[in-house]
Design a protein around this ligand. Structure first.
Ligand SMILES: *Cc1c(COP(=O)(O)O)cnc(C)c1O
Length: 404
């Protein structure tokens, strides 16, 4: 993904040609980038030989899941819908883990039927429900318990999950109680301790703290966990400032941890696998003069890409075709939706733009399409994948008839 004689190319394809063929807005993914990310991840963690389960909520496109599965990853799912998608995409049940605070009886039954690797339970009530279902099916079910390690991930508060005020996991005290309970149950095997402290983590320190908490609690349980699931959360470089989590450093501390506990490590990365492999191509409908800034009104909106509105996340915005001019006013990039939060970014410096110009929103591969909605009765955009010098539609644009 780069400029060549001022035009932006994705794996050799001109963005303006893509836009002409597939219309806008369009989510465009690079298979090459996805494959490189997975290769990179594997290389960094090779010394640990982990089971890597892609977090399906980051991107649940079935064709992408199929590719991710073929590249050797399993799946971390949080609903029966995601579980079905992962299975349908060819990911084997013995590489699937199921997280989430509100798994229903129906979801648990289905997961047990399918013999997935692990159900990571998040409460006592859920454990009791799993036991009831297992008993009725005369089965012994593999479970993990998700611990809330009370560790601050030092990321956006909206995507922090490991502090005691967050709804996720169980407290240390509860964890010890549940460990005892499951060890004496005829219908459950205690296989795993799981944690996931949050997302877009750029600093190693929260992970170090998390491992320290785990060391302490494992000692207290005096139990050998076959698996320890460290979750995901590895941050990526949204700002293009070369600040991203040092995976190698992380892998070195995890290696020590793994050797100490003689366990198999599971990771659940989402963003770090797919985030930078997607770009949203959108067109300027109007440019409207405001008081101190000009509004650049795009044909993509918060329903297509919600991270800025939902988390106040900032994504790089770049032109499809570069020019040398400089706008004399600040540009605010917004969508057409009737909400003031339908805003992508405010840029003091930008090249001069015109109506119908194409604009690219970068790094939208994770939590992009999977968070999209039909708000304002807007059809969801098309998704395309560039692989081996070919473009393939991997999810058709919704049409109005589907909605009305
Ligand atoms: C969302 C989530 C992940 C993935 O987080 P990333 O920041 O995308 O790596 C992993 N595990 C659980 C339990 C999650 O909820």
């Amino acid at each position: 993904m780069r400029y060549k004689s001022k035009k932006f190319l994705i794996d050799g394809f001109n963005v303006d040609k893509i836009a002409k063929t597939y219309k806008t807005p369009v989510y465009c993914y690079s298979f090459k980038r996805l494959r490189e990310n997975i290769k990179d991840f594997k290389k960094n963690f090779k010394r640990i030989n982990p089971l890597t389960c892609f977090s399906v909520k980051a991107n649940s496109n079935k064709i992408l899941l199929n590719e991710i599965g073929k590249l050797g990853l399993g799946a971390d799912v949080v609903s029966i819908g995601e579980l079905l998608k992962a299975l349908k995409s060819g990911i084997k049940p013995n590489k699937i883990v199921f997280s989430g605070v509100g798994k229903t009886k129906n979801e648990l039954s289905f997961a047990i039927e399918k013999k997935i690797l692990l159900i990571n339970a998040e409460s006592k009530s859920e454990i009791l429900e799993i036991e009831k279902i297992a008993k009725s099916k005369k089965r012994k079910v593999n479970v993990g318990i998700r611990l809330n390690p009370n560790t601050d991930a030092k990321t956006l508060s909206q995507i922090s999950t490991g502090k005691k005020e967050n709804k996720f996991g169980v407290s240390e005290k509860r964890f010890l109680e549940l460990t005892k309970y499951i060890r004496h149950s005829k219908y459950m095997n205690l296989k795993c301790l799981s944690v996931h402290i949050g997302s877009q983590i750029l600093d190693i320190k929260p992970y170090e703290k998390m491992l320290m908490v785990l060391n302490k609690i494992i000692k207290k349980t005096n139990y050998h966990f076959e698996y320890i699931d460290l979750g995901g959360g590895m941050g990526i470089d949204y700002k293009n400032s070369n600040k991203k989590l040092n995976l190698k450093k992380y892998s070195l501390i995890v290696k020590k941890f793994k050797e100490k506990h003689k366990t198999k490590i599971i990771f659940e990365p989402g963003r770090s696998i797919i985030g930078n492999s997607g770009i949203l191509i959108t067109k300027i409908i109007y440019i409207k003069e405001g008081h101190k800034k000009n509004f650049v009104i795009l044909d993509a909106a918060m329903n297509d890409f919600m991270r800025p509105a939902l988390y106040n996340a900032r994504h790089r915005i770049i032109p499809a075709i570069k020019n040398e001019s400089q706008s004399n006013k600040t540009y605010e990039f917004v969508g057409p939706i009737c909400e003031s939060t339908d805003k992508f970014s405010t840029n003091k410096k930008f090249q001069k733009l015109h109506e119908n110009d194409l604009i690219l929103i970068c790094d939208v591969g994770a939590y992009g399409m999977s968070l999209s909605s039909n708000y304002n009765t807007r059809p969801k955009p098309v998704e395309i994948l560039i692989k081996n010098s070919k473009i393939k539609i991997i999810n058709k644009r919704q049409n109005l008839k589907d909605l009305i």
